[in-house]
Design a protein around this ligand. Structure first.
Ligand code: ADP
Ligand code: ZN
Length: 723
């Protein structure tokens, strides 16, 4: 039977184009509908797309859609978003669609829970247990079998027996909703003057409707969250859904509580640690509109919201928003795109805005709202640097005498200290003193990091792990291996030796116990059950540690050592964030920065608290060099198993470059990390003026270049994080 209608369907496979299918007469489908279609020998799920179907395929060759799923359709703005991202990042639309369809189970309506209720006469044989069940059911309600058994303190077998006897009958009960609707009047905060003005401006942006971006630029502790919650309330009151993006899922626990304190109920969560079944329910709830507010990691941007009216990007400067896997994108930038396509406002919040956002604010493309004071009695910490040349630590130690004294003082006053070192593990390098052998990753061009708690040497790039050696594999010496440099575990050892009485805790993303452990640790810190926190960047971000009065930065120069253009910005942000953890509950507090370069502009900006000086000089330097956001930059990484073959291909790729005035290509050169996971990497950098249509240039280039064969790969990274 010939199909009456032909439609194009986008499939979540690595293909840019759509496929054409026939629509069986008994079906009606429209763009956005989710359908099952045959592909080769199997059926796959895809989405009816807006492209005109292929007119060339004869109706007799056209395969029909198998079925239309009972799922909410993907709305036009989300389809346009998929197209836009694929086009911008030069990935296939199918791969982007795959991120949208991640929660497969969400595509089918949830089966109702089977419960029981009273339906017939009492059983002939009555027992005490049965009596208890019947009395629970007296009010006529329906119960789940296990819930009923628990309420009556009987086994589920007793309930089953009553069903068999005809006393109880099975009924379908709706599942409990994933999240309750937030109550915008639950606990309206009393804002100070500065906060109130900011909240009014945000509420107005929401009321005006339409696309706009507001940069909420407020120092740590100024109440940015309280303020943007007012925008959230306004959007919810207007009947719109809200998405709040956060960079670090370790922050979700505390965030859910804060949201619940303001709105009476927690929002739905979306990130990699949410259990699959729950993810399915969130996906569907977002699509049906049952869920009104979501807090999530970057992938939440691809949820099928029915009536999204606001996105807040918290800690908008954070590099964790950049995904560098399959589809390379920055969730902050893509959130702005989604708002533009669908026509709703965004709030980007940060104490240390990215240079990009700051420049957009200065040029008037974004609105900027500044919160310049900490809320209430809280004051920013006094910040000083410790010149390590004048105050060297003892041999094999990493804390200088002034920092040790400051920690001792803090402990005496029964206050809390945080020692920050952005290095996981025990030591970044293991060396043989006899022969000079160093332990390198077999798959990557990096040294293995000793993790003493786990008794292993680990590669932080590919995850390679080997047992901690007891002798040198090169010369056989059993006494000669030494750890070089500090990691948080080694710092913890020094702290334990110096302050044996203190209760300490190490916070690092690789510690056992995962996110649950992390949440408990964060609570323990907030409650004052910990005296000294030793942590990596995990503790720098957004946490509220009310009792903390001393922050010691063990290696203030660490981030500056990397030779890339963003090092200064990144280090400035990290140091501002971590020092900003101190003194959030009032009273005096301080931060001490150990450094060998106290005169470095970043260290000086942190110590003097002069953020404007930093932004002014950094923006001027970027402008002068034509670097982002004043110019466009693209990284092209060419990788392969064999070094010679990869290099030769990179050279051939380069020679296919189309001529284009004003576009400059550098390389191929060995990538900063020359080998990862056994793959050799060469990098090309494309630099162009801001208004260049770089995608067209790249597409032409890819079309002209020889196709990568075998295991060779070409990866395009638009707006790379490091350059
Ligand atoms: P930021 O996100 O700017 O670092 P927060 O929103 O976390 O700041 O606020 C810092 C602290 O001050 C939090 O404990 C918050 O609850 C409190 N706070 C800020 N503003 C108010 C307010 N208007 N009323 C009550 N508490 C507030
Ligand atoms: Zn490795």
């Amino acid at each position: 039977m010939p199909a009456a209608q032909t439609v194009s369907v986008l499939l979540p496979v690595a293909v840019a184009g759509t496929y054409s299918y026939g629509v069986p007469a008994e079906l009606t489908v429209a763009p956005g509908d989710i359908v099952a279609v045959p592909l080769g020998t199997r059926d796959v799920i895809g989405v009816v797309w807006d492209d005109p179907p292929d007119a060339e395929i004869g109706h007799n060759r056209l395969r029909p859609i198998v079925e239309k799923l009972d799922a909410p359709p993907l709305l036009k703005d989300l389809r346009a978003f998929v197209d836009w991202i694929a086009d911008y990042t030069l990935t296939t639309r199918g791969m982007v669609l795959r991120m949208v369809l991640r929660a497969r189970g969400g595509l089918e309506p949830e089966p109702p829970i089977v419960g029981v209720r009273l339906a017939g006469p009492p059983p002939e044989r009555m027992t005490a247990a049965r009596q208890r069940v019947l009395s629970v059911l007296e009010d006529g309600g329906a119960w789940s079998k296990s819930g009923l058994a628990a309420a009556a303190s009987v086994s589920t077998g007793v309930v089953a027996g009553l069903v068999e006897a005809g006393t109880l009958a099975a009924v379908a009960m709706p599942a409990r909703p994933v999240a309750q609707p937030p109550d915008t009047h639950h606990a309206v905060p009393v804002l100070n003057t500065e906060q109130q003005a900011a909240a009014d401006a945000l509420r107005k942006a929401v009321a005006d409707g339409g696309f706009s971006v507001t940069l909420l630029d407020g120092i740590t502790g100024s109440g940015k969250t309280e303020v943007y919650f007012e925008a959230v309330a306004a959007a919810l009151d207007a009947g719109r859904q809200v998405l709040i993006l956060i960079p670090e899922i370790a922050l979700t626990g505390a965030f859910l509580e804060r949201f619940a304190a303001r709105f009476g109920t927690a929002p739905a969560e979306w990130h990699s640690e949410v259990a699959p079944r729950l993810r399915d329910r969130v996906w569907r709830g977002v699509a049906t509109g049952a869920i009104r507010a979501v807090i999530g990691a970057r992938s939440a941007l691809f949820l099928p919201f029915r009536e999204l009216g606001l996105i807040v990007v918290d800690e908008e400067h954070d590099l964790a928003y950049k995904q560098e896997d399959r589809v390379f994108y920055n969730a902050r930038d893509m959130a702005v795109v989604r708002g533009k396509l669908a026509g709703f406002p965004l709030v980007l919040s940060s104490a240390t805005p990215s240079i990009e956002s700051r420049v957009n604010a200065d040029s008037g493309r974004y609105r900027r709202i500044v919160l310049s004071d900490r809320y209430a009695e809280a004051k920013l910490p006094e910040i000083a640097s410790i010149d390590m040349r004048a105050n060297p630590p003892e041999r094999g130690r990493f804390l200088s005498p002034p920092l040790v004294a400051a920690v001792a003082e803090t402990l005496e006053q029964k206050q809390q200290a945080l020692l920050f070192l952005n290095r996981r593990g025990y030591a970044p390098l293991t060396l043989c003193r006899t022969c000079g052998h160093r332990f390198q990753c077999p798959n990557c061009s990096t040294w293995l990091v000793e993790h003493r708690f786990r008794g292993a040497l680990l590669c932080h790039h590919c995850g390679h792990s080997e047992p901690r050696p007891d002798h040198c594999p090169n010369c056989g010496d059993t006494e000669s291996l030494v750890a070089v440099g500090p990691g948080v575990e080694r710092l913890a050892e020094e702290v334990a030796a110096r302050f044996p009485e203190a209760r300490t805790i190490v916070m690092s993303s690789d510690m056992a116990g995962g996110i649950q452990r992390l949440r408990l640790d964060l609570q323990a810190i907030a409650k004052g059950e910990v005296d000294i926190v030793i942590g990596t960047q995990l503790v720098a971000k957004g946490h509220n540690f009310p009792l903390l009065t001393l922050v010691g930065v063990v290696d203030g120069d660490l981030g500056l050592a990397f030779g890339d253009m963003r090092a200064a910005e990144r280090t400035f942000q990290l140091l501002s964030q971590v020092t900003g953890r101190a003194g959030r509950a009032g009273g005096a507090s301080r931060a001490l920065l150990q450094t060998y370069a106290p005169e470095h502009p970043v260290i000086r900006a942190i110590v003097s608290g002069d953020r404007e000086a930093f932004y002014t000089s950094e923006i001027a330097a970027r402008r002068a060099a034509g670097l982002p956001p004043f110019g466009r930059l693209v990284g092209i990484v060419i990788s392969g198993i064999d070094r010679g073959e990869t290099q030769a291909y990179a050279g051939a790729f380069r020679r296919a470059e189309p001529r284009a005035e004003s576009i400059q290509v550098l390389g191929p050169a060995e990538a900063p990390l020359a080998v990862i996971r056994g793959r050799h990497r060469f990098r090309l950098l494309v630099q162009a003026p801001r208004n260049t249509d770089i995608q067209t240039f790249l597409r032409d280039w890819l079309a002209a270049a020889p196709r990568p064969r075998g295991n060779l790969r070409v990866q395009i990274d638009i707006d790379p994080q490091s350059f």
